[in-house]
Design a protein around this ligand. Sequence first.
Ligand code: SAH
Ligand code: SF4
Ligand code: F3S
Length: 441
Amino acid sequence: MAKQFHITTFGCQMNEHDSERMKGMLESLGYAETGERGDADLILFNTCSIREKADERFIAHLHDAKIIKRGRPGTVIGVGGCWAQSMKDLVFEQFPFVDVAFGPGQVPKLAEFLTTDSISAQGFFEFEGFPAHLPTKRERPHQAWLQISVGCHMKCSYCIVPSTRGRHVSRPFDELVAEAERLVGEGVVEITLLGQNVNAYGRDLRPEPRNFAELLRVVGEIPGIKRVRYTSPHPQDMKRDVIDVHAELDTVCQHIHLPLQAGSSRILKAMRRTYDRERFLDRVAMIREGVPDVAFSTDIIVGFPGETEEDFQQTLEVCEAVQFDSAFTFIFSARRGTEAADITEGLVPHEVKVERMQRLVEVIQRNAHERAQRFVGRTMEVLIEGPSRTDPSRLRGRTTHNKAVNFEGFGEPGTFTTVEIVSATSQTLMGEQSLVDLALR
Ligand code: SAH
Ligand code: SF4
Ligand code: F3S
């Protein structure tokens, strides 16, 4: 019987994408995926280290794998991703039952490890750019990630990513376009361009520098592509050229994830975010002028060292002013090796962080709820993803705004339908498949 692998993925879309590549690579080596960790000959973790909570969750899983291995000593345990990279000097010392550890972008090294008869633990932590030609097993056949760069060149003082993913390197323009065309040829209708700061794309390319707006346009114009998304842009680099592409091409989705992090210019400065409150609000105004119906999502951190009640109030004010359609909210977590981890003054007590978080979530949810009402009564194009998670008799899909829609109707995952929106909560739109659409079937 083929050897079986099980993989658990933590963290962001980069990791989801890396896991898809690990799966594709392992299947090409003759391994088969199993849904049960206890059945696996190879137990893999693709890890995240963005906050302390992420570490804690993962360690509990790793402990589970250790117990499985105790019962089945031949089991191979592999740990990849950002936690592995940030622990490179300590991983085998602290977790001697781990057989192989590798940083993000070192996925091919996993194959090397598995195909040699190595018996000792091995670690792979170089930054080598993008391993382009790996087979990929997509989670959804009609949706694909396209990683346009590796690493990050920013210096946000709270963030561990530049140290786990290395310096920013763009992938060649023509290579990306060719890959996007290939994906569309395989039946992919939605592509998400991935990078830590997508707007920085292409500046480092030689001999001919490129830019993100160019890439977005060329990918959005590929015949047969229906939707293009991207994440994450940096507010500092969000310029009119990108917004023009949004406005001109129907394929470029009307959703922008614009990470705010904080609404106080003082805190933004301490975070080294390179924009202030006014600049952020100006960007939002410029985007809304070009793409009036755009949906904004964001990331916000509460309790950064030195954040006072007044600073936090300014975060609430910016949220009320922008009215985000959704937001990911985080409590500041000191990460090893980051600049902010060394700040000793003005630390925000845990209870205060929690209380601010609750107040922020209230504002975010109220705004999201209000914003979502604009969709009620509209007939919207929805890309069907499959059955609804809460009610399998209904279908679930997404609008161009990245809003989840639950509706009664028919249709295969990966196809489009039109849905009349009848009600909306902060998170989800409810609707009915439009009669016109049904008549066409
Ligand atoms: N490169 C992307 C994503 C970075 S990680 C970007 O800049 O948008 C995703 C989010 O995690 C960040 O936007 C930030 O809000 C949050 N985050 C990062 N480090 C953190 C930390 N130390 N504590 C709390 N939240 C953090
Ligand atoms: Fe981290 Fe900032 Fe880079 Fe995002 S842009 S990955 S928050 S350093
Ligand atoms: Fe992503 Fe977590 Fe690494 S958010 S970049 S997997 S630290």
